[in-house]
Design a protein around this ligand. Structure first.
Ligand code: PLP
Length: 436
């Protein structure tokens, strides 16, 4: 299957080319030329299948033409080496816990899948120079990508993160202590500055001629599309409980990769009545859906920091899915936005009432689902995208209860921190890449 650019100025690419390049030559995002539909009978039968089985069906539909069967099976196996249960919170509302991977956030799924697939494509093509993965992070992406790519041959990863305490100490440990093929760069600037450096590097023709560069942000199709797997799995579990009639799915949004993947799953046939896009004060998408005006702004700092994105890259994909028709988009996607106080109160209420500890991102989606006001026929599902221990100080302050750090997270904190400080000017970053 071919992949086209959302800007439609670059030629269509094969999956292999799209994964190796990341962003299309015209700076658009790659989209599958055809979204494969799964038969209703197949989707209904998922309630009797394991997560591995379900992900295998979805993966073969998306990638089966382009990736050898054994490679795809092994890639899926490896991606899902961790279970992803659905937790019943109360009444008709379910939470999908997506934080059982190595770095305790949902990005592990896409990052692991992409690392294996990119490694495979590099070998298949016989690329003999190192491929450099550049990733800008506000916290969670860097850790998931670093853990996913650790030790993958032929790939070096540069994680750019904002310095000055802008990422939590736990998050910082997760990408600064790994060593080997992972290099952490502490940028004297904000997340937007980090993202700008990465974008400048991709747009730099001379640099791209000298070294092979790619992106592991959710602009890469190999990170973006596997996120469809867990939507199908969640549906299967809710269907097993006999509750999948009219499903409303609430997603905490940052770069909009997770929501875009949910929309792709729906186009593949997943019966979702409506999505709810939950924003924090970084409300560009909210404002667009309400008014039709898309106005990027510098990112605003909130307690749900992984959603602090002022110009979400996957907006281009969502717009493309609806052919630029905002009204059609709004019929499928409802939206809500919340400030820190509202997210904190939701964490507090859910903890008091159900003894369930949310992280701030999950809290945003949970609140959006509540305010959506489900009818008695509808079932609500919200995505809980990170383990609350990743935001321990915030969670403890708000709920007044101690939060245990899981052993997997503790292990990172005992490591030796190594990072290289860099300024926010492109010239210095470029020099560094060339000399490293
Ligand atoms: C990245 C992230 C989000 C936002 O996901 P997008 O795909 O960027 O919209 C939400 N919650 C957590 C915990 C994240 O790490």
């Amino acid at each position: 299957m071919k992949y086209y650019s959302t800007n439609r100025q670059a030629p269509p690419a094969t999956l292999e080319e799209a994964v190796i390049r990341g962003l299309a030559g015209d700076r658009g995002l790659y989209m599958p030329e055809r979204i494969p539909a799964l038969e209703a009978g197949v989707i209904r039968s998922m309630k009797d299948m394991s997560f591995h089985g379900i992900a295998g069906v979805v993966a073969r539909a998306l990638f089966g033409e382009d990736v050898e069967e054994e490679v795809l099976t092994a890639t899926v196996e490896d991606t899902l080496a961790f279970d992803t249960p659905v937790v019943h919170v109360h009444g008709t509302v379910y939470s999908l816990e997506l934080f059982h991977g190595p770095t305790l956030a949902f990005k592990d799924v896409g990052a692991r899948f992409m690392a294996r697939l990119l490694g495979h494509f590099i070998r298949r093509r016989g690329i003999d120079r190192t491929v450099n993965v550049l990733v800008a992070t506000s916290g969670d992406t860097g850790s998931a990508v670093a853990a996913g790519f650790l030790g993958v041959e032929g790939i070096r990863v540069f994680v750019l993160y904002p310095g000055g305490g802008r990422v939590s100490p736990i998050q910082e440990c997760q990408f600064t202590t790994l060593g080997r093929n992972i290099t952490a760069l502490e940028i004297d600037g904000t997340f937007d500055d980090c993202q700008a450096l990465v974008k400048d590097a991709f747009a730099d023709r001379d640099l791209n001629a000298r070294m092979a560069l790619t992106s592991a942000n959710s602009i890469n199709v190999a990170r973006f599309l596997p996120q469809t797997f867990y939507y199908f799995n969640a549906y299967a579990q809710i269907d097993r409980a006999g509750k999948a009639g009219e499903l409303i799915v609430s997603v905490p949004c940052g770069n909009l990769g997770n929501l875009a993947a949910g929309l792709i799953a729906a186009r593949m046939g997943l019966p979702v009545e409506r999505f709810v896009a939950a924003n924090n004060r970084n409300d560009v998408f909210y404002t667009y859906l309400k008014t039709g005006v898309y106005e990027p702004h510098p990112s605003r700092t909130t307690i749900a920091s992984a959603m602090d994105v002022g110009n979400p890259s996957n907006f281009a994909r969502i717009l493309d899915l609806f052919g630029g028709d905002r009204r059609a988009m709004a019929r499928t996607v409802a939206t809500r936005r919340y400030d820190d106080g509202e997210m904190a109160r939701t964490m507090m209420n859910i903890f008091r009432r159900y003894g369930y500890l949310l992280d701030p991102h999950g809290a945003c989606a949970c609140r959006a689902l509540h305010d959506f006001r489900l009818t008695s026929h509808q079932t609500g599902l919200f995505l809980e995208t990170a383990h609350p221990a990743k935001f321990r100080e915030t969670a403890e302050r708000i709920t007044g209860t101690g939060v245990d750090i899981p052993p997997r997270l503790q292990a990172f904190m005992n490591g030796w921190k190594q990072s290289i400080p860099l300024g926010r000017d492109y010239g210095g970053f470029r020099e560094f890449l060339i000399s490293s």
